[in-house]
Design a protein. Sequence first.
Lengths: 457, 608
Amino acid sequence: MSGAVEPGKQVVPLSEALEKLARLEQENKLAEADDLANRMLAAKPDHPHILHLAGIVAYRNGRVEQAIARMEQAEALAPEMALYPRNMCEVYRGAGRLEDALRAGRRAVELAPNDSRAYFNLALIHYERLELDESVRMAERAIELDPDYAEAHFERAEALLLAGRMREGWESYEWRFKLKQAEGMLPKTDKPQWDGQPLPPGKLLIIGDQGFGDCIQFGRLIPWAALLAPQPVLACSGELVPILRQIPGAGKIVTRWEDTGDYDAYIPLSGLPRLAGIDTGNVPPSGYLSPAPALVREWAGKLDRLTPKGKQRIALVWAGRPTHKNDKKRTLKLGQFAPLFAREDLAIITVQKGDSIAQVGGYYGCAPLVNLGPEIGDFLDTMAILQSVDRLVTIDTSVAHIAGASNVPTSLVLPYAPDWRWLLNREDTPWYQSVRIFRQQRPYDWGGVVERVAAGL
Amino acid sequence: MTDGLCPCGSLLRASRCCAQPAGALAGQESLALLDGQGQEAARLFNDRKYAEAEALALKLLDLAPNFRAPLRVLYEIRKAQQRGAAAEALGARLAALPGPAQARAAANMQFAQFLVGQGRHAEALAPATETLKATPRDAAAHHLMGVVLTETGNLPGGEHHYRRALKLLGRDDPLAVANLAWNLRQQGRLAEAAALYAQAVPPETENRRGIGGYAQVAFARGNRQAAVAMLDAALARWPDDRTLRLLRVMADLAMDQPQAALERLGPPEQLLPLEALALGRAMAQLGRLQEAMGVIVAARRAQRERNGLAYDEAGLRARAEAYKAYFTADRVQALPRAGAGAFMPVFLLGFPRAGTGLLEQLLAQVPGFAVGDEAAPVGDLVQEVTRLTGAAYPQALDEFIAGGGVELPDRLRGLYEERRQRRGLLRPGARFITDRAASNVWHLGLIKLLYPEAPVIHVLRHPYDLMLSNLMQDRRLEGNAQAGAPALAKYYALQAEMIAHYRGQLTLRYLPLRYEDLVADPAGKLREVLAFIGAEAAPPDETTLRANAAALPDPVPEHLATRAPVHARAAYRYRDYVAQMPHLFDELRDTLAPWLATLGYEDAEMRA
């Protein structure tokens, strides 16, 4: 019978199927979404919206090339559809194809000049290309269209701070707590955010927000805060307690909101630079952390036993936390440090933690390598170990801050468009005097970076 | 009737044989009613009326499957008929029957001997133990236990039981003395072994295996002419003895006389697999590489097809996955470590034929070093871990975390040292003792707990050379990895994967050392190794080191007794083969390519 439905098959209107596909992707049900996308594509291989959504699903499943192919096909079939280049802009960025991303981003704003999201995407691309004025302009255009667009404000802040326009940047930086991912970082309270006015002892709550690196970096401003509001209560995660305890000025340190006691005002640690009016010229110096001598001795003995004598000891961190939003940009493979490994005069001491330590299993370089990560318990251990090496070579991760705050000579390798705190066009940083910066010369290309690090040893 | 004959081949019904329901057997008092019939079956058997004996035994066992006398009769008949599965099933049942000590001992001894006869020594341990428990003062029971322990690698245990057997006998039984000598030879105690052989294997002896063992000991002690003369004399008496002939061929090969070996062996089509392997080696020594590979590949194929030799890939993979899942950085960090030990072991890691033996030979020339070879390995402590904790390994290590468990690493380390001490390895003045047990590749996690900072020296060698060398050797590898080249390659990749895992998850004091570098510059590389270990003693001069002929320690491992001067002719040997057989390694490339790249041997391959 013509037109009959095969037994066991269900006919679903296309609009419903498209809606379901979009929903599955948004709900992170990626395997199901993949399956549905493939079935829909098999039924209608030239439907632009199916192709586009299937492209997004492929991207979310890590199949970038397939994603781009599908989405380009969709755009070719429906070139006036503004959503397509807008989303492709982000996919191209993820694939490291910044020229294509820029083209797609521009096409998106051309097709939808009132779409704040399209301008925001362009702001991201310009940041990656280090076109910071343009990044700020695009972020501001997005904000004009949607004044409460927290991501656009935050992107503006990052571009301004990276450009060294600190005071402007700090103001926009305040939008970070309105970002979706910042939920729960601040206490639920009717108390005001601290405005920098004097408070009685113990009445200021300082919150160790953001990542470990940020807390270590901004922890230097606790003594400044304590001058105005003595003995502030410090709320932070348990892992940070032994580190932040070393900084003078803080009162009690708590790890649960219930233990903060009464306070008159609160301030996130990352809010202190704005209040203190920090810019590139007045950063309080590093050297405010130092490990316990007994712990240093213990690790020094261990390193002496494990490391061949007569070699320069280079501590190494090559990977960050995979869940970090910029991890793909900052993380390398151990093998990419080959220029160091070819040096017989070096001994490599890896202080890497996490799943990436498995890469040590395939190491057969000339330089002897001691995989110390499995024995490291916490940041105090790392800090103590770094006292017994000649230099740390690291990516942009918390260990860089530990080293910088304790004045350990450090070579920091950075992506082309780095995190704002490392600024631009300089080999040093006002935040840490012992850190020397080695930057990518081209986006996403580590070529030559490690060679320069090795040459500098 | 739905109940067919038992698949084991006993010709009993399955429900009266291997599928016999537990708890449905007649009691001893009921069985006593059948005693007369049981004696009749035994009488018929003893009178060699086998058909009648079998028929009666089958009937009796159909009535009472646990009736000892007919069970014994049927077992003997099936064994004589070489119905292996049936004999094994009946023998096991017989051994498990309750009854007087003498009867239990006899049944267990028969069953253990049956298993020993098949080379299944590990399985024979349980019935041999039952035999000893039933008759602890029986010399034959101790002798049997000596055989089982010796052949399963528990050499001190084997020695103990051989000596007990001799003492209980009250005379120097030549077979027991020769077996004891073989045990001592395995322990590297060559002088003692030679003295015992001299006593137990007089020229007129009929003990051919004894002569073979004696010749091997003499050869290892450097008395090559005497060894050869002994073998030649034996071959003159028993010209068809293939074991003696193979030993003579091995002597030819060791004395670099491949042509003589070739002539002695004859054409390949008449050879057993082990003989063919020796022929392949002889051809390789003569530079006839294509012929050599043809013979060796055929020999391995024959081993697989005729002997059912198969690589246990699934078993080893399961073990690897279990160990990898357990030994992670976070988990091991939480486990307690042992304190300082009586000496520092130096673990020499490497795929078979990688060169750990050569490194051990060179270290043996350095003051302060004692040679531990493969004696009393850490892997043997796994049984102790299970015994002490009552849990399966490696999860049993979790028991170390709490309470009295924290002392277990120290106890295990103490046990390891005690066992090595008993083997006579702790020479006066020795600070470092090498340990090149093949099983260490599995146990770097446990080693980390016992000796957290012990040096681990990993001898690397080009994987293609390892494949060639292992294919040619008559050496049993774990999981029958010697079954063929693909099996060897997979086993290599598995070992490499295990070492990579441990290196990633543990802080090891690890030094990779290339065999190719070691043979090119033994003195330089040995100095590096000594510096890495932290040994202050200076190595001998280059000439002495290369001669590799310093006084032998006692006990002496076999590889040390048969050492040769350091030479580089085996480094990158595969290139000669590839020159003649460009596709020789094609089949292995996918398995080995990742490791060639990781180890930096890719360049070497391209230069070939």
